[in-house]
Ligand binder design. Structure first.
Ligand code: F6R
Length: 363
């Protein structure tokens, strides 16, 4: 039931504060300021974490790589499941493999799980569908508790994946002695603010819809970001191409001058995802390179970023200020809304985009 929403996708976008709040309440003890690690995952002893998934779930894993490396000092290999399963990489006995899948049935992700098992790894599965094959075959299941996701383009499952992965990374940081109790508590507090911040982001929908009118006229679009905003740029580009069929590419902002800058002209909008964090100044220089070539910039940032950017943008989408660790969950929302409204304006079938299936059970 779509309720009073026009599509399942936009209904699910609006469900995210609640869905993420639910996942966070399950994986974080908000009162005690602690992360609850699932039983059977010994992050203290692990020497490496391999994360593998497809599509949007892969981008959630890509964000998690930054969290696990920074908060838990645990080296992470991230790979697309269709590559992971065939590469015949050696996996150590003390390693953990984490597979991420909304449906729990994705053929390449399941095959990757089985490969990791054959290498003697401990397997954790972040899944939405509890009765799925991937959930059954994993050693440890981390459910998303997001409820059924109907829209083919994944939205609430993505942010729920981020919530579960963030909580797990915090727990791993504590278990590995990297985070003190105080640091853990302050991260837990920061994440407990995410549902409220997501509500604030959803309020920007009218501005984003107006912007989508412009975006619906273009044929190509670039998304840039650094740090955890890089996978959010990749996810933003994937969402736009999936449902609006506009050609979109996500790049690490630092890669701009190594190739994609050749594409920049007046016809090429560039969506820049850049909270005012320790990498912001670097991204500003990338924006200057774009602006100097007539590229049209849509900047997604916060008040400090808006003030510091000093650049001619087509538009700036201003989210509230927030701790750096939580930005991926909140910045996902404007990126999803931009894709959604662009597609609606173009008149595509948003919930059932052409050529796509919700569950990809063949490779
Ligand atoms: C993107 C999308 C796909 C899925 C991918 C993995 O909007 O929906 O890229 O994320 O097919 O699916 P799951 O998570 O079910 O393994």
């Amino acid at each position: 039931d779509k309720g009073n929403h026009r599509h399942f996708m936009v209904k699910e976008i609006h469900e995210q504060p609640e869905v993420v709040g639910h996942a966070l309440a399950h994986y974080l003890d908000l009162a005690r300021g602690e992360a609850r690690l699932p039983e059977g995952l010994d992050f203290a002893k692990a020497d490496r974490l391999a994360i593998t998934a497809c599509g949007t779930a892969y981008y959630a894993g890509f964000v998690a790589k930054y969290w696990f490396e920074r908060l838990a000092r645990l080296p992470v290999d991230i790979d697309i499941a269709s590559e992971f399963r065939y590469r015949e990489q050696p996996l150590s006995k003390d390693g953990i493999t984490m597979v991420i899948s909304q449906s729990g049935e994705t053929a390449d992700t399941l095959a990757s799980l089985r490969y990791a098992r054959s290498e003697g790894q401990r397997i954790a599965a972040v899944v939405n569908v509890r009765e799925s094959t991937i959930a059954r075959e994993a050693d440890v299941v981390l459910p998303l508790l997001a409820g059924p996701e109907i829209g083919v383009a994944s939205t609430k499952a993505f942010t729920a994946q981020l919530a579960v992965l963030a909580a797990t990374a915090i727990g791993a940081g504590k278990a590995r002695g990297v985070l003190s109790g105080t640091e853990e508590a302050s991260l837990v507090r920061a994440f407990s603010e995410v549902p409220r911040l997501m509500h604030e982001a959803l309020k920007l929908e009218p501005q984003i819809e107006a912007l989508a009118r412009e975006l619906s006229k273009v044929r190509h679009c670039l998304y840039l970001g650094r740090g955890t905003s890089y996978p959010i740029a990749l996810e933003g580009a994937l969402k736009l191409k999936e449902i609006s069929y506009i050609h979109a590419e996500g790049y690490a902002a630092g890669e701009l001058k190594h190739g994609p800058i050749a594409l920049i002209d007046e016809e090429m909008p560039v969506v820049v995802i850049a909270p005012h964090d320790r990498l912001f100044e670097k991204t500003v220089s990338n924006m200057q390179e774009v602006a100097a070539r007539g590229g049209r910039i849509i900047l997604i940032t916060d008040p400090a970023g808006r003030d510091a950017a000093a650049i001619d943008t087509v538009e700036t989408i201003v989210l509230p200020a927030m701790p750096a660790a939580v930005t991926p969950l909140v910045y996902a929302i404007p990126v999803q809304l931009l894709a959604y409204h662009t597609a609606v304006i173009m008149g595509t079938d948003v919930d059932q985009p052409r050529n796509l299936a919700k569950s990809v059970t063949v490779e």
